[in-house]
Design a protein around this ligand. Structure first.
Ligand code: HEC
Length: 187
């Protein structure tokens, strides 16, 4: 394309965009609207869709429905569990026992939230992790013994996390990065 042709094409594009911005077509294209992927949002709103996605809901039942959708499922908490698990690993590596216990406590709390939201996961979650493994590892962290903490993390906690993922028929969770990064402690 010569420079002149390029300039002409660009000019046409600009004129077209200008015409579009002044048309109803454009106004409709950019007007706020609820996504197609979540049903019945428009019907259950008091006004036009806007930033008030909760306040604008037609009643509390709809507000609660929206909050439940927003809160998501197990994955939202497991995402955080993965983070806190890795932070615990680093804290053990550093011998920062207060931080390790802090992370380990938050990890338990957030896992309970996951099972409040998805109680079908509670039986495996408690059997594999919460009922005994969590407390066992907490006790070892409190002892501030680096070797015992490393062993508990690798051989007790890791097995419990991964055992539950297998029991929940998602064994492929166990080859994700967080388990690779925490597979062994540096010397
Ligand atoms: C119920 C038993 C159970 C236990 C115990 C458990 N998980 Fe999970 N985990 C799950 C399930 C189920 C999912 C998939 C969630 C979904 O499909 O919404 C998951 C997903 C994950 C994910 C992926 C999250 C994402 O969406 O990116 C991570 C990371 C994770 N778990 C880490 C851990 C770690 C670390 C532990 C141990 C401290 C652990 N899990 C213990 C059941 C468990």
């Amino acid at each position: 394309m010569t420079i002149l042709k390029y300039a002409a094409a660009a000019g046409c594009g600009f004129a077209f965009a200008l015409a579009l911005t002044q048309s109803d077509l454009w106004a409709a294209a950019v007007a706020p609207r609820f996504p197609k992927g979540i049903p019945n949002l428009t019907e259950n709103n008091t006004g036009a869709p806007g930033g008030n996605w909760l306040a604008g809901a037609k009643d509390d039942a709809e507000r609660i429905r929206r909050l439940q959708i927003y809160a998501g499922g197990t994955d939202q908490q497991m995402w955080q569990v993965g983070y806190r698990y890795e932070q615990t690993f680093h804290a053990i590596t550093d011998g920062n026992w207060d931080f390790a216990l802090y992370q380990w406590g938050k990890l338990r709390d957030v896992m309970n939230v996951a099972f409040m939201k998805r109680p079908n996961r509670t039986p495996n979650g408690e059997a594999f992790f919460l009922d005994s493994v969590w407390g066992q590892v907490e006790g070892v962290l409190k002892s501030k013994d680096p070797q015992a903490a490393r062993a508990a993390f690798n051989q007790v906690a890791r097995q419990a996390c991964q055992g539950c993922h297998e029991a929940e028929a998602m064994p492929w969770l166990n080859t994700q990065d967080v388990f690779k990064r925490t597979a062994s402690f540096p010397n």
